[in-house]
Write a protein that binds this ligand. Structure first.
Ligand code: PNW
Length: 489
């Protein structure tokens, strides 16, 4: 195994929290067990929209195998785990006023307790794309205003039931993907293209739902604080996980610099500006003026500062080329002016290995938003052709080892220059259901043999590399060292 990245001194690796991430639909399976109703991804995959006709019906079967998965995490020295809740498992009818599913609550109680028993600190994503189908049918999911109240109600159920043991919450995973791929283009479930208007409506509802959830979590009335579980919840943190690819100007020309900047504002600023500053970026307001809704003064006030940490999902970077006549045009490229690739291509068509882009993005984020805390909520890669390899070949994943080595090197450089990242999650703990690509693209640091009845997990070289230099040496989760008056798991 290679040495630790040169820019990651032991002291820094010790002072940082390193973990792994997954999401409910991608790993759980148990799609019709324990009172769970379909999500939009069940409907979409059952309708045959996924490569090789794959579905998440069984996935990694973490629904049953979580005890062995936490044991494996423990063996690798992993002390931080980011996962998501399945809304439709918790509230099978989705909406406010509908019954909470006791079997769903029991499942997540056992999952969380098992995690903590293994000394692993939970970080929970409230919504990672698996919307209850009933809410899609009722008001088109995130397109409908009713979504806001239903989301806040769902979040409240999670806070009340699990808030005594979970203190790190992310409302949404990758609003950009949700609103662009799920609703705008309709290439992800529910698969109904809603155009730019739908895309911005989705973003608007999502942001307002986030702000109300943040307020609920922190401004809970004193009467409710006397309820033991919630009192502990109120001492935790609420953030969000935004995805962004870095954009480097293709040349030093004014229009390329402006295009890179506008591209970041349009993709990251769309969500980050309202959360930090209370409004959309001026550039976006002007370029999307016919379709971008506006916030009331009250909404703006509620949004501004409505996050305790900023989560960033980071994978790749591209070049940006502008137009001298159209300030709203951003063309992205994967080759420089000499035709040289920006980096090696992964198995995923949108992902090239560009370690320096991580550093540049982090510096950009720190200088534009000055966040108090940044969590890298995802970072990882699909290795080329891994799916066609034998288990023995697939676990020798040099491509992924090099990816992590390069990206972590630049992460450490950014930290040493004052970027406030204190927690990092690799995507993913294991190979899983990669959305439209099904099981054909693998992001795991542990291999899953989807052909074996046991769905056997085998640690890849990348997992060993991260374990040795990061997971084992990094800070612990402080699991259990809190909650005065709270319920012990
Ligand atoms: C993220 N893109 O998705 C998600 O949060 C994960 O669930 C997913 O498995 C992981 O990254 C790997 O793809 C993305 O097209 C999906 O730019 C698509 C894109 C970016 C991120």
């Amino acid at each position: 195994l290679p040495d630790a990245p040169a820019m990651c001194p032991l002291e820094m690796r010790k002072n940082t929290r390193w973990g792994v991430a997954t999401a409910s639909y991608q790993v759980e399976g148990g799609w019709n067990l324990g009172g769970r109703t379909p999500s939009v991804w069940d409907t979409f995959s059952h309708a045959g929209f996924i490569k090789n006709n794959d579905t998440g019906d069984v996935a990694c079967d973490m629904y049953h195998k979580y005890p062995q998965d936490f044991k494996l995490m423990r063996e690798l020295g992993i002390k931080h785990y980011r996962f998501s809740f399945s809304w439709n498992r918790i509230l099978p009818q989705g909406g406010k006023g509908t019954p909470v599913n006791p079997e769903g609550i029991a499942f997540y109680n056992s999952l969380i307790n098992e995690m903590i028993a293994n000394n692993i600190r939970p970080y929970a994503t409230i919504f990672h794309w698996d919307l209850p189908q009933v809410l899609q049918d009722k008001y088109q999911g995130l397109i409908g205003e009713e979504f806001i109240a239903d989301f806040v109600n769902y979040a409240n159920v999670l806070f009340e039931n699990f808030g005594d043991r979970i203190r790190d919450w992310m409302t949404f995973n990758e609003p950009w993907v949700t609103c662009v791929l799920q609703y705008g283009q309709g290439v992800f479930a529910p698969g109904i293209p809603m155009g730019d208007e739908g895309m911005y409506k989705c973003g608007h509802n999502l942001l307002r739902a986030h702000a109300k959830t943040y307020q609920l979590y922190h401004k809970v009335p004193q009467a409710k604080l006397d309820n033991v579980t919630f009192a502990d919840a109120a001492r935790g943190k609420v953030g969000i996980a935004l995805n962004i690819e870095y954009l480097e100007p293709l040349t030093e020309a004014k229009e390329d610099v402006a295009a890179a900047n506008y591209g970041l504002e349009k993709n990251l600023g769309w969500f980050a500006d309202p959360l930090f500053f209370g409004d959309y970026p001026a550039s976006l307001k002007s370029c999307a003026k016919d379709v971008l809704p506006s916030f009331t003064a009250e909404e703006s006030k509620l949004l501004k500062g409505s996050l305790d940490f900023l989560g960033i999902n980071f994978y790749t970077g591209k070049f940006a080329k502008g137009s001298a006549t159209d300030k709203c045009s951003v063309e992205t490229r994967e080759q420089d002016v000499n035709g040289k690739d920006i980096g090696p291509l992964a198995e995923s068509s949108w992902l090239r290995v560009v370690p320096w882009s991580f550093y540049k993005l982090l510096k950009y984020v720190q200088s534009r938003y000055d966040p108090k805390q940044i969590i890298i909520t995802e970072n990882g890669v699909s290795a080329p052709k891994e799916d066609s390899m034998s288990v023995q070949q697939a676990i020798r994943d040099d491509f992924r080892v090099n990816y992590y080595k390069g990206y972590l090197d630049y992460l450490c450089k950014a930290i040493s220059e004052g970027v406030k990242v204190n927690t990092y999650f690799a995507w993913s703990f294991m190979d899983n259901f990669e959305w439209r690509e099904g099981y054909s693209q693998r992001f795991g640091i542990n291999h899953v043999d989807f052909d074996s009845p046991e769905l056997t997990r085998t640690t890849k070289d990348s997992g060993k590399f991260l374990s040795k230099h990061f997971f084992r040496v990094g800070r612990g989760g402080g699991v259990g060292a809190r909650r005065p008056g709270g319920r012990k798991p």
